[in-house]
Design a protein around this ligand. Structure first.
Ligand code: AHR
Length: 660
């Protein structure tokens, strides 16, 4: 009897429910979890491209501080009357210091008659802030005390906006550090630095440096706080570093070698940045890698912003768009050893060689490295051969490390098909796919992962960016169309969180006066920073990532572009929220009901965040950073039916607190 009553009651409920449900409603089964969303789902991809590190997030203001650029005085200008007043020459102590062999020798002979000095132009000028402290320092040695240095910050017109005097003590043959701090009395976007040498004498100089005091967490020699804040605000699940193609290098000699990027900055051997000469249409002859932002700093940055560190290492292949140099298979050991040592550096106990190195550098606690990339955009059987050697060695010693493998440069075509097949046959942990494609491609590929094997290798959507023109075109823009089409694609990644474990836009940063590649997620000048519409899309997905994907369908189908709509839904079991993301990629408003099943709405507000623009060509900029910006509202609903009007060309995030 009881069972009959129960069946009747259930029938009544389902009839009532069926009556309330309209065709085309969006049905969200919040109680039915499909898969966990990985904590690493949305992350950031860092590369020193577009003055991302040197001249960007690494807050050093002096360009070519150690005279190691191809032209040793690039960025520097002799001022005063060198011919009459003395000499300034570059010397090379190759035998004593292979990492940083050059230094400047200043001889002042006719003190009193005229002036002798040097000016540094900064990367694209120096951004200076009124009232802020600046720390000037340098390495020096001198036979005897003599020369006094006057340091002067100048604005764009050449007027002094801050100064200090340094009186180096005598030092004999040893190199010493001298420093002085002073406060700037004006703000300017493109300042420069004069150093005047007074009195007679001789002094050798190296590592001439100027840092602002307002670095991230106030660290000496640290990072630009405003740029790190933009990353931190995204709450990224991971940070991939240091690239990108700079991992591969134009040739193997110019590959990224992490061991040369740790320890005292004056001992980090600088190399030419491969983006210096990559594009004839965007040459950047003054682009070098000082490695002031090196591997310890990258790990520290990851820790600071709560992101899992994801280093990528060279796999024994130089960039295949450049020299394509290969390390013979029987000579790969040092490369593999670098990978093993990196895991020990990050995670090893302080009694191990590399764990101790980490501790000696000031970070005894391990960094909890779980992911490691082998190779960037490498392809062909040569990659697979090398990868197998790396994989065997790393898995033998560190079976818990999840390896990221390359599927080449494109998300389809011969290279991709070969690698995808070979990697899946190898049982690869995570395959890195890259998509630099037109906005249409992103709109058409929201269902890309619906058919991927649920049990096989996982996917890292490692580099994506919609190209409003075409890849490497200087006319590409970060506009609302590119951002919205990415949002549509991201619903497909989220819906397939069972397969896709990580995703990041690329490149991350660009300096408005020093970029080589566009579009980019975040743009800066020497003083300001702004997020593109693409940034806000990535951020909205990341800060609303939830813990589990749940089913969201209309007419029993996931929405992957039908009627121009793209939908995904997650629940956040920690905060008790259902989060539905809807992209309306049409010029008309769409009125829809979201029908929530499986959880009870607590009867309070529902938060609706909308990112949209009237014009698909809308952009943010340094002067107008808030043109395309998320706007949050709240509404109150009763029951489980949520009527929502999705604005034309919009991304809408609906957040609904629930109880079970
Ligand atoms: O993001 C810019 C470049 O694009 C990366 O360095 C490389 O991996 C890809 O080709």
């Amino acid at each position: 009897m009881k069972i009959r009553l129960l069946i009747l009651a259930l029938l009544a409920i389902s009839v009532a429910y069926a009556q309330s449900q309209q065709p085309n409603d969006i049905i969200v089964k919040a109680g039915q979890e499909i898969a966990p969303v990985q904590p690493t789902m949305w992350g950031v991809f860092f590369e020193d491209i577009n003055l991302g590190a040197d001249g960007g997030i690494y807050a050093e203001l002096v360009k070519n501080r150690s005279f190691e650029f191809g032209k040793p005085l690039m960025g520097w200008k002799k001022i005063g009357d060198a011919a009459k007043e003395g000499t300034m020459t570059i010397l090379n102590r190759q035998s004593a210091s292979t990492a940083n062999p050059r230094f400047l020798r200043v001889k002042r002979e006719n003190a009193g008659n005229g002036k002798l000095g040097l000016n540094n132009e900064g990367f694209r000028g120096m951004g200076i802030k009124k009232g802020l402290r600046y720390d000037f320092s340098f390495l020096y040695r001198q036979p005897q005390k003599g020369i006094v240095m006057q340091v002067e910050l100048l604005d764009e017109k050449g007027s002094p906006i801050g100064s200090a005097t340094v009186n180096p003590e005598a030092s004999g043959d040893d190199w010493k550090t001298a420093s002085v701090s002073f406060v700037a009395n004006a703000t300017c976007l493109k300042g420069s630095l004069d150093i005047w040498f007074e009195n007679e004498g001789q002094i050798d100089l190296d590592m001439i440096s100027l840092f602002p005091a307002d670095t991230w967490k106030g660290r000496k020699g640290g990072l630009r706080a405003d740029m790190v804040q933009m990353l931190s605000d995204m709450k990224p699940g991971f940070i991939r570093f240091p690239g990108g193609c700079i991992v591969e290098g134009i040739d193997l000699g110019n590959r990224y070698q992490w061991k040369k990027t740790i320890g005292p900055v004056e001992q980090r051997q600088q190399i030419m940045n491969r983006w210096n000469v990559e594009f004839a249409h965007r040459p950047t002859p003054d682009y070098y890698q000082t490695f002031g932002l090196g591997f310890l700093e990258y790990f520290q940055l990851a820790e600071d912003i709560g992101a899992a560190p994801l280093p990528i290492l060279n796999c024994g292949m130089a960039c295949q768009f450049n020299t394509a140099e290969l390390v013979p298979l029987d000579q790969l050991d040092p490369y593999v050893q670098d990978a093993l040592d990196l895991v020990e550096f990050a995670n090893g106990d302080v009694t191990t060689k590399w764990g101790k190195t980490r501790a000696d550098l000031g970070h005894p606690a391990p960094f909890n490295l779980q992911f490691l990339g082998v190779g960037n955009e490498n392809w062909g059987p040569q990659y697979i051969e090398r990868l197998k050697i790396f994989t065997k060695a790393i898995k033998e010693k560190y079976p818990y490390i999840r390896l990221i493998n390359s599927s080449g440069t494109d998300p389809d075509g011969e290279r991709f098909d070969y690698l995808n097949g070979a990697l899946r046959a190898m049982g690869a942990d995570i395959i890195d796919e890259h998509y630099y494609r037109r906005p249409e491609w992103f709109l058409q590929n929201a269902a890309r992962y619906d058919s991927y094997d649920r049990k096989g290798s996982k996917v890292f959507a490692g580099e994506y960016a919609a190209q409003s023109d075409h890849t490497v075109s200087v006319d590409n823009r970060n506009n609302w169309l590119t951002a919205m089409s990415e949002a549509a694609f991201l619903t497909g990644l989220e819906r397939n969180a069972e397969v896709v474990h990580m995703a990041s836009y690329a490149p991350l940063f660009a300096h408005t006066d020093g970029w080589q590649w566009t579009p980019d997620l975040i743009w800066v000048d020497n003083l300001r920073v702004y997020g593109t519409p693409d940034y806000y899309v990535q951020k909205l997905f990341s800060v609303n990532k939830g813990t589990h994907v749940v089913s969201a369908t209309s007419n029993q189908q996931p929405l992957t572009g039908q009627e121009g709509l793209y939908v995904s839904a997650v629940v956040d079991k920690k905060s008790g929220q259902l989060i539905v993301k809807v992209v309306n990629a049409t010029p008309e408003a769409k009125k829809k009901n979201i029908l929530v099943e499986g959880v009870k709405h607590s009867g309070t507000a529902v938060y609706i965040t909308v990112l949209k623009s009237e014009e698909l060509t809308s952009e943010n900029s340094l002067d107008h950073p808030l043109t395309v910006l998320p706007i949050e509202n709240s509404i109150t609903i009763k029951g489980n039916k949520l009527p929502v009007v999705f604005a034309p060309n919009s991304l809408t995030i609906v957040k609904l607190p629930y109880r079970k």
